[in-house]
Design a binder for this molecule. Structure first.
Ligand code: GSH
Length: 202
């Protein structure tokens, strides 16, 4: 088994944090996205969408999409549970993880993709849209701050994949100047707490 990875990119980091929480070690294969290795035919044969991460199983199966890779490891090693423990809890964790993906990570990524030098000439950029996304992401952090006033973690009283998604998105947001504001005390407390876990260094 191996994981096609990029040390700088947020989605591969999400899988590395997930694996670190589970105590699972998977050999990493670095993919140089700066040199567009992920757009070459041999990589597209693994994942036609061209994104990292991609997990290659021993039987030659390729699994792309960050959450699908996490799902695979959750199924093969349920402990510690990061995607819920029963029907109700799994649905709640999924609800929060999707909110973190669509409401926080998506605007963060779109702000980067539409304004950053890295994507210049790689994709059509609309800087005005990037600016709108940056503002939206910043607003969502205010909302998340309020949400975290009443509980320890994003999806309740246990650390889950929703915390991993939010951490990866918020940390990546720094690249385009999206930040936790000093007055966002609950979000700041949460960020300190999840960043102190050894997995955050993955
Ligand atoms: N929906 C995919 C997104 C994968 C993705 O876009 N990965 C980024 C890195 S975070 C990438 O490969 N970017 C390089 C590119 O698009 O050329 C997932 O969840 O894994």
């Amino acid at each position: 088994m191996k994981l096609y990875d990029s040390a700088l990119a947020p989605n591969p980091r999400k899988v590395r944090i997930f694996l670190a929480e589970k105590g699972i070690e998977v050999p990493l294969v670095p993919v140089d996205i700066g040199k567009a290795e992920n757009r070459k035919p041999e990589f597209l044969a693994r994942n036609p969408m061209g994104g990292v991460p991609v997990l290659e199983l021993d039987d030659g199966t390729y699994i792309a999409e960050t959450v699908a890779i996490c799902r695979y490891f959750e199924e093969v090693q349920p402990d510690p549970p990061l995607m819920g423990v029963d029907a109700r809890d799994r649905a709640i964790v999924e609800m929060w993880n999707r909110r973190m993906e669509f409401e926080v990570a998506m605007p963060v990524m779109q702000s980067f993709r539409n304004t950053h030098e890295f994507f210049k000439g790689r994709i059509p950029q609309v800087p005005e849209y990037g600016a709108v996304c940056k503002e939206a992401a910043q607003k969502r952090l205010g909302w998340l701050d309020q949400e975290l006033s009443g509980r320890e973690f994003i999806a309740g009283d246990r650390y889950t994949i929703a915390d991993i998604t939010a951490l990866m998105a918020i940390d990546f947001g720094r690249v385009t100047g999206i930040r936790i504001l000093p007055e966002q005390k609950h979000l700041g407390r949460w960020h300190e707490q999840v960043s102190a876990r050894p997995s955050a260094r993955a």
